[in-house]
Design a protein around this ligand. Sequence first.
Ligand code: TRP
Length: 347
Amino acid sequence: MRVLSGVQSSGKVHLGNYLGALKQHLELQAENECFYFIANYHALTTVQDPEVMRQRTLDVALDYLAIGLDPNKAALYRQTDLPEVCELAWILSCVTGKGLLERAVSYKDKIDKGLTPSMGLFTYPVLQAADILIVSCDFVPVGKDQVQHIEMTQDMAGYFNNTFGGGEEILKRPEPRLNQAMIVPGIDGQKMSKSYGNAIELFDTPSATKKRIMSIVTDSTPVEDPKDPATCNVFAILSLMASPDELADWEARYRAGGTGYGDVKKRVHELFEEVFGEARERREMLARDLDYVEDVLVTGASKAHRVAEPLMDRVRQACGLATARLAPSYRLARNAVTPIRKPRTNG
Ligand code: TRP
């Protein structure tokens, strides 16, 4: 199966992002042909500081590579390295009614939050549809909030095919695949979210991470008293990371009394370091080898091009849109996929 998903970075990744999306993206790479891209054109609807844009774009690449995206399996690229998505977005916008976009919930949400109603924000779903349709993918792993955009993508594929397909499905109808909905509580027990200030970041410094975990909010039941795991934040976070056996053990200790919250927090911290400690080191190493990261992104874009170019040729032909033939060498250069070297481990 071919899979595509886009990531629009809104800052530092946290445990909720990992369990809600990243982890599932990584799991898909074993058995599928995955295209993951950094949605920097989309980010431009809200991020309008070039330094922040550059930093966040790089951060997404580093985050994904650090936690285990294998660039020889999945293609990781910047949206801007596949500029044909803008071309396809234009073509889609010519067969898509304004009414469809007016029904977009995320647009209304963003306006309600005080964002300026730019054309970019309004046509955001058209660009997203182009991202998806340009690689002819089978499904798109997304969170619940994005399902409407995928349904709009299905509609837009249909409008295009009806208008220009002559009975053929030129643009393939994708299906949404809902990421497993995990309720990841933050250190205060509310849903973990950057905007609530309750997140446990994946790549904070070791000491800041420890401090954060030790500050998970608990009640004041004395150490010797029995405790209720069902209402405890530390237990809730522990249950996302510990094995079922270990969890059953902690549950018994809660009910028996004599276990302090501090001990549980220490265990949460240990488990966190087991999973993310190495990733943190890897991220630091990658940040010192940005040529490697650039290689990954360029190669990823080449892989996407190999799929996107022939499709765009068909799309242009179907619409009767002629473009000058590009020199074959130029195409080849853009399509070349060379193996990616290993990142440097020192320096
Ligand atoms: N809109 C998505 C989000 O905010 C990001 C995105 C852009 C995307 N293009 C996409 C997701 C294509 C899936 C497929 O999370």
